[in-house]
Design a protein around this ligand. Structure first.
Ligand SMILES: Cc1cc2nc3c(=O)[nH]c(=O)nc-3n(C[C@H](O)[C@H](O)[C@H](O)COP(=O)(O)OP(=O)(O)OC[C@H]3O[C@@H](n4cnc5c(N)ncnc54)[C@H](O)[C@@H]3O)c2cc1C
Length: 415
């Protein structure tokens, strides 16, 4: 027990891992890069219990292709990404073969185990450490203006929830407006997830980093340059030279592939980028996050009254410039459902990267051929949620325990 652990990455996966390792008595240092660029800073803030099927199957190949080719779509693939990732070992090639493999039910069960543990693990950290998370425990509501989408999705989630044991209530349009009076008459139905939580991601990440610092964890907002492996042991190069801790854990979100490539390893994590626009404050309030399901646009509201509108799944480089036309498109998509958004100015816009694997499951485990190099990344659209259970898993793994679920998440599945 009680060696030194160096965590690369200050998103929720890195911070929860640091928290759980510190609890076990390890000396922990986090190189957090830039907290403001982390997906954990700008995500939609829903700690999900339902809606868990992994991304490739949610879309299906034909649907993804149709969506990608449509002009006004929330899914897009930048041409440079497509060219790079369509080769024999490319991400898109693996993704396509994964969609065809039909492992949908097995993967949903893996995700569900982590999701169910994550809710409690998040509440534990928020309450014990007094995080300024603006926690909202009123669930979330997914609403539809297109009847066909509602019928399809409600049937799918009804079946999935019965199989996997999460709660969802199917509501008609009037029932939706009863619990969310700001919803328009265009809403024909909705799915209410009573166990979902909401946090203000931006406040939570800084508050979490501060809580760790108060406990004696070093959280340094700087990037590491590379990781080197010699004789099976990893060390880390930073601006200040070389560090050789007992354990190195790479939790660098969509940059995980670059960090591990510097050590000579290939892990297929790419960026599925999402856009965020934050409005000026409004006195009108929603009681819980609203998912405008027809265009997958999520609207949450901070305690100060600002609406946070987020959407898009754009396969691209994490560092490519944003397509600025997308911010107004998100507003255009959500106003028919939530007219309150029409007159509010944007005070902040942002783009960030969901770290995505081709099979829709996170990648957590030791890197083969090394004694002390681990990875925990690739949580894609559920990473804010799953980070809490992942932190517990990472701590167990470093302790030398081998929870059964690690077999499903191992980096070796890509070799
Ligand atoms: C618009 C949007 C909405 C989303 N909504 C939800 C939601 O409602 N619910 C949900 O569960 N999930 C949601 N997600 C997904 C979720 O945000 C991510 O899956 C999750 O935040 C990933 O966490 P992470 O710690 O793996 O990566 P990140 O949060 O991206 O953190 C990676 C960290 O690594 C650092 N880093 C990179 N390179 C280096 C280096 N060389 N040295 C040191 N540090 C480095 C970065 O600076 C960053 O701090 C959403 C994502 C987006 C973009």
């Amino acid at each position: 027990m009680a060696g030194e652990v160096l965590v690369i990455g200050g998103g929720y996966v890195g911070l929860h891992s640091a928290y759980r390792l510190h609890e076990l008595g390890y000396r922990v240092k986090v190189y957090a890069g830039d907290l403001g660029r982390a997906a954990s800073w700008g995500n939609a803030g829903i700690i999900h219990q339902g809606s868990i099927t992994a991304v490739p199957e949610v879309m299906g190949l034909l649907k993804l292709l149709r969506l990608t080719l449509r002009r006004d779509s929330y899914v897009s693939i930048r041409p440079s990404f497509a060219l790079r990732e369509i080769g024999p070992r490319g991400w898109l090639t693996r993704y396509i073969s994964e969609v065809r493999s039909g492992r949908i039910a097995a993967k949903a069960r893996v995700l569900q185990r982590l999701l169910l543990e994550s809710r409690g693990a998040w509440l534990d950290v928020i309450r014990r450490e007094g995080l300024e998370a603006e926690l909202n425990e009123s669930g979330s509501i997914e609403v539809f203006a297109v009847r066909e989408n509602f019928d399809h999705e409600s049937e799918f989630r009804r079946r999935e929830s019965a199989e996997l044991g999460y709660r969802v209530e199917v509501l008609d349009g009037d029932q939706c407006r009863e619990i969310e009076p700001l919803l328009s008459r265009q809403v024909v139905g909705g799915l209410f997830y009573p166990d979902d939580l909401w946090i203000n991601p931006q406040r939570t990440i800084y508050s979490f980093a501060d809580a760790l610092r108060r406990k004696g964890v070093e959280v340094i907002e700087r990037f590491v340059e590379s990781v080197k492996v010699e004789d099976g042991r990893a060390s880390v190069l930073t601006g200040n030279g070389k560090e050789s801790p007992e354990v190195v854990i790479v939790c660098a979100g969509a940059w995980t592939r670059d960090v591990l490539r510097s050590a000579g390893f290939r892990v297929p994590v790419v960026a599925g980028r999402g856009y965020l626009a934050v409005t000026e404050p409004s006195e009108q309030r929603i009681s819980r996050p609203v998912i405008c399901a027809d265009q997958r646009t999520i609207v949450g509201q901070t305690m100060a009254g600002e609406f946070r509108i987020s959407s898009f799944f754009e396969l691209s480089s994490p560092d490519a410039p944003p397509d600025s036309s997308k911010f107004e498109r998100m507003r255009r998509w959500s106003v028919p459902v939530l007219p309150v958004l029409s007159g509010l100015k944007f005070k902040l816009t942002w783009v960030g990267s969901r770290p995505c694997t081709p099979d829709g499951l996170p990648v957590v485990g030791r890197i083969r051929g090394t004694e002390n190099l681990y990875v925990a990344a690739g949580h894609c659209r559920l990473g804010a949620t799953l980070s809490a259970a992942t932190g517990v898993l990472v701590a167990a793994m470093v302790e030398g325990k081998e929870p059964e679920i690690l077999k499903e998440l191992s980096p070796e599945r890509f070799s």
